[in-house]
Design a protein around this ligand. Structure first.
Ligand SMILES: Nc1ncnc2c1ncn2[C@@H]1O[C@H](COP(=O)(O)OP(=O)(O)O)[C@@H](O)[C@H]1O
Ligand SMILES: [Mg+2]
Length: 308
């Protein structure tokens, strides 16, 4: 039996010049100098060219994965995930992962996504689709991995690996983004545990009008458990005050939160434009430049805390 020859890829002189990063003239001169063979159609075998020229390093990113978590609903996880992603995407490539079955972040961009993050998990022997095929390109720097109610089925670990399904699903795209922001569900449990095992950092939004000390304590315990057992590199970025109202904030708020988490310098104030932008399905920069500026501040603080 004869083995089938590997499919040959042929490049035109223009394609080759681009791939190996030189001008077409320089390329043709080198072809002549090195006596590189040309095909009948006037093209060049990529395999042969690779022996003579080095491909430049592809511009690769190394994702910093940040889980935006708090098991209470209404703290601002989705809001901060969304507008922090918007602010970071000004200078970096960002993937926003909607990791909540309520799919609030998803609905701001699409009504009924064909494929969602749940399909990328291969949970309980479901067919696993590749994460790239589920991603929606909002713009060149901001992409979304959508969610849907089907994620609500992801509640019980049947196998040990079930704690690492999100981490595994994200592996193929780690070098495609500078930041991966995970908008977590409002519960402790398998979903949150998956997010904290996949993440490098955790950021905790705290709604300052009615925050729950017990809630912060429980979250802190979950984080410690994950750090000790499954993800020692998980770092606490800190708590961020949301719906902040300056002097009207609860007395002792800062001191209490600081017992569990470092607190960001940037506060996100209570602003009507935030729910309004979401109702209009608009990004914040297009609705309220002033409030957007506080997310730019937050993005700057996030970058400085993780040194990027
Ligand atoms: N800083 C803010 N000012 C005004 N409204 C806010 C602010 N942050 C969040 N909201 C609103 O509060 C509600 C809950 O916020 P959300 O981000 O969905 O919380 P979570 O994802 O934690 O459940 C949403 O309607 C959102 O528009
Ligand atoms: Mg939410």
């Amino acid at each position: 039996m004869t083995r089938k020859k590997k499919q040959e890829v042929e490049l035109s002189k223009e394609e080759a010049a681009e791939i190996f990063q030189m001008s077409v003239n320089d390329f043709l001169k080198k072809i002549k100098d090195f006596k590189i063979p040309v095909s009948k159609s006037g093209n060049y075998s990529e395999e042969v060219l690779e022996k003579y020229f080095q491909k430049p390093e592809v511009n690769s990113h190394l994702s910093k994965i940040i889980a935006i978590s708090n098991q209470k609903g209404g703290e601002g996880k989705t809001t901060i995930s969304l507008f922090l992603s918007e602010a970071l995407s000004l200078e970096s490539k960002v993937l926003l992962v909607d990791w909540d079955p309520q799919a609030n972040a998803t609905r701001l961009f699409v009504n009924d996504p064909e494929r969602t993050v749940f399909d990328c998990l291969g949970y309980r022997k479901n067919e696993k689709v590749s994460v790239e095929t589920a991603i929606i390109r909002v713009n060149s720097n901001l992409h979304l991995l959508p969610s849907s109610l089907s994620l609500a089925n992801f509640t019980t670990a049947f196998e040990r690996d079930d704690f690492e399904l999100l981490k595994d699903a994200l592996l193929p795209i780690l070098s495609s983004y500078d930041f991966i922001i995970i908008d977590c569900p409002p519960s402790l449990g398998l979903g949150l545990e998956n997010a904290l095992i996949a993440a490098d950092y955790i950021l905790v939004p705290v709604q300052t009008r009615a925050f729950s000390v017990q809630g912060l304590k429980d979250l802190h315990e979950t984080i410690q458990k994950i750090q000790q057992r499954a993800n020692p590199k998980l770092k606490l970025l800190g708590a961020i005050f949301n719906q902040y109202e300056g002097n009207r904030a609860l007395a002792g708020l800062s001191e209490t939160v600081k017992k569990y988490f470092p607190v960001f310098k940037t506060n996100i104030y209570r602003k009507e434009s935030i729910p309004q932008a979401q109702a209009k399905r608009k990004m914040l920069n297009a609705c309220d430049k002033d409030t957007y500026r506080s997310f730019l501040e937050l993005a700057k603080e996030v970058r400085s805390k993780i040194n990027v």
